[in-house]
Design a protein around this ligand. Sequence first.
Ligand SMILES: [Zn+2]
Length: 80
Amino acid sequence: MHAVIGDEIRIPALWCEFGHCIERYIHAEASGERDLRGRALAAGWRYDAAGRLACPACAAGDPGFLASQPPGDRQFPPAR
Ligand SMILES: [Zn+2]
């Protein structure tokens, strides 16, 4: 895929990956993609069980959002 508005944007951005949603998250003070992801999650963006990023509206209302991993849920069995 090609960036639609590539050259003008030097700051990192995240896009909602659900349906036809074109919501995006941009933070001018983010130092990089990892930092930006942290800021997005703090702002209500969520990853679903399939690893797709959803904006707050899609995370709350998109039927395709696989919310099978609530925040803080353990993905691995505890060590014995
Ligand atoms: Zn969305």
